[in-house]
Design a protein around this ligand. Structure first.
Ligand code: SF4
Length: 231
């Protein structure tokens, strides 16, 4: 998987149909991003957080409406893909149906492949963030804030540039500290806090050791060759 689709592709169909034929293409292009209107679906557990992940501020994501890879301005919470594909975890491949159809999020309700005007209007408005969902649980929110302070994409990007241009040893140590903290907080939360490992990508975004590639193949290669996760 090379890039994260923020949204549904404007030109995903070469010959738009006059009505939905339930081909499932939109569900295979990636799960929706959440908006404030979708908050009750998560709060009530209709869509459990283990099926979600967060694209954190500064992370590169593909904007299918504007086009191209862009660093996102704030959290984007999305439904995970199934296994190694972008196919939404709630898509029933055999029947070409949505397992949560009655409770599908806003983007799924407004998306019409044959007319993308409605989704274009809303796709970057009122996006739901982790703060709206978990800031009421102080210890979790404190961990998220601490993680953001230590492992932001702004900081990781700054260190990656340093790694490419100058004080290599010092930058490598600093960036390894960031990647190690990102891995360690997940490990501890699961092993000591009894937290479901499947919710860590929602709490802390995707692991930095996976997303570090956005800073270039050289940075990725250096980090991967030196990174030793604690067992
Ligand atoms: S939630 Fe349902 S409608 Fe929306 S992308 Fe997933 S399977 Fe498709």
């Amino acid at each position: 998987m090379s890039k994260i689709p923020i949204n549904i592709q404007k030109d995903m169909f070469s010959s738009p149909k006059s009505e939905c034929i339930r081909c499932g293409t939109c569900c295979k292009k990636g799960g929706p991003s959440f908006h404030i209107e979708d908050k009750p679906l998560i709060e009530k557990g209709i869509i459990p957080t283990k099926y979600l992940y967060t694209i954190r501020k500064g992370e590169l994501a593909h904007d299918n409406i504007k086009g191209g890879l862009i660093p996102v301005a704030s959290d984007i919470i999305k439904i995970k893909g199934r296994k190694e594909s972008w196919t939404c975890v709630f898509f029933n491949e055999a029947e070409k149906t949505c397992k949560i159809y009655e409770n599908r999020p806003l983007e799924c309700r407004v998306l019409k492949c044959r007319d993308t005007r409605e989704i274009e209007k809303i796709y970057d408005k009122n996006r739901l963030t982790r703060k709206e969902l978990v800031s009421g649980i102080k210890w979790i929110w404190d961990l998220i804030e601490e993680h953001e302070k230590r492992c932001s994409y702004e900081k990781t990007g700054r260190l990656s540039k340093k790694l490419e241009t100058g004080k290599t040893k010092e930058a490598l140590e600093d960036i390894l500290e960031v990647v190690s903290y990102d891995a360690e907080i997940r490990r501890l939360l699961v092993s000591k806090g009894g937290v479901d490992p499947d919710i860590t990508d929602f709490l802390f975004g995707r692991p930095l050791i996976e997303t570090i590639k956005m800073f270039g193949p050289e940075v990725q290669a250096k980090i991967i060759s030196c990174f030793r996760p604690r067992s």
